[in-house]
Design a protein around this ligand. Structure first.
Ligand SMILES: NC(=O)c1ccc[n+]([C@@H]2O[C@H](COP(=O)([O-])OP(=O)(O)OC[C@H]3O[C@@H](n4cnc5c(N)ncnc54)[C@H](OP(=O)(O)O)[C@@H]3O)[C@@H](O)[C@H]2O)c1
Length: 245
């Protein structure tokens, strides 16, 4: 199959590209920057998008923009319609309809747009990536006392999510499919302790209750998928690999 991966230069997208190429698929990457095996295009302005989409059988849409999420999808869907309607796979986040964060609202709106676009589609939601959780808790390797919110995460490795996406894109369009979650649910305090241990600096971690409806939604586990512990690579395994790099 000929598959376009938008955001193929990003965290998840690059793992999807590697996975699909290893499986022998013909992969095209859309990026705003020039690079090897890249079709240049911009999903905000539409520049180059028609040529990127021309002749593909499917698209894995991993490109994202915090402020223009729906615009990117609209531009892509418009070009995809003209290109004969390839299977469009959209990557979303577990709990976009439960956690009242602006970016999540935009992702939910984008899901709804794609579902009503008339294109054959699949929507795959995933929990937070290891890289994001590590960035959120980076203070655990620097500060003497580390305040963390009293919430849990279910971090997942992008290689595990890429395995699922490589499978759904080769399958028939399936609408919204089952969520994809990491192998473990751990408190932010446990995750921060792991970040501190790997950096060789054990810090005092102080869990705090954070006010506001967004944190209440997180504390209620709106972003978790406890019934879908699909990923295999744990947060500690990810940290150990990155400490060696
Ligand atoms: N991070 C998480 O924890 C998490 C969890 C669940 C789901 N997700 C979802 O997974 C997807 C991928 O996230 P990620 O963290 O891997 O993203 P990322 O590393 O931040 O990469 C973003 C990508 O979007 C591309 N992009 C941005 N604006 C663009 C534009 N105007 N035109 C074309 N390409 C554009 C960038 O490509 P260039 O810069 O090369 O143009 C880049 O490859 C997103 O939909 C995100 O919501 C993320």
């Amino acid at each position: 199959m000929r598959i376009l991966v938008t955001g193929g230069t990003g965290q998840l997208g690059s793992a999807v590209v590697a996975r699909l190429r290893a499986a022998g698929e013909e992969v095209r990457v859309l990026s705003r920057r020039a690079g090897p095996d890249v079709v240049r295009g911009d999903l905000r302005t539409g520049r180059g998008v028609d040529s990127a989409v021309a002749g593909v059988d499917a698209i894995v849409h991993c490109a994202t923009d915090f402020r223009h999420e729906t615009t990117l999808a609209r531009t892509l869907a418009e070009a995809a319609r003209w290109a004969g309607g390839p299977h469009l796979v959209y990557v979303s986040i577990v709990g976009v309809d439960r956690v009242p964060l602006g970016y999540y609202r935009a992702k939910h709106e984008t899901e709804q747009f794609i579902a009503s676009s008339g294109l054959p589609y699949t929507i795959q939601r995933a929990t937070q990536f290891h890289g994001l959780v590590r960035t959120l808790l980076a203070g655990a390797s620097r500060l003497p006392v580390v305040p963390v919110p009293r919430i849990s995460f279910q971090p997942v490795d992008v290689r595990d999510v890429a395995r699922r996406l490589a499978s759904v894109v080769l399958d028939d369009p399936a609408g919204r499919v089952a969520d994809f979650g990491g192998p473990e649910i751990l408190t932010a305090a446990e995750l921060a302790a792991a970040v501190g241990e790997v950096s060789g600096r054990v810090r005092r971690i102080v869990p705090l209750k954070v006010p506001g409806e967004t944190f209440r939604a997180y504390a209620d586990g709106g972003h978790l998928a406890p019934e879908h512990r699909d990923g295999e690579i744990t947060f500690r395994e990810y940290l150990a690999e990155h400490a060696r790099m």
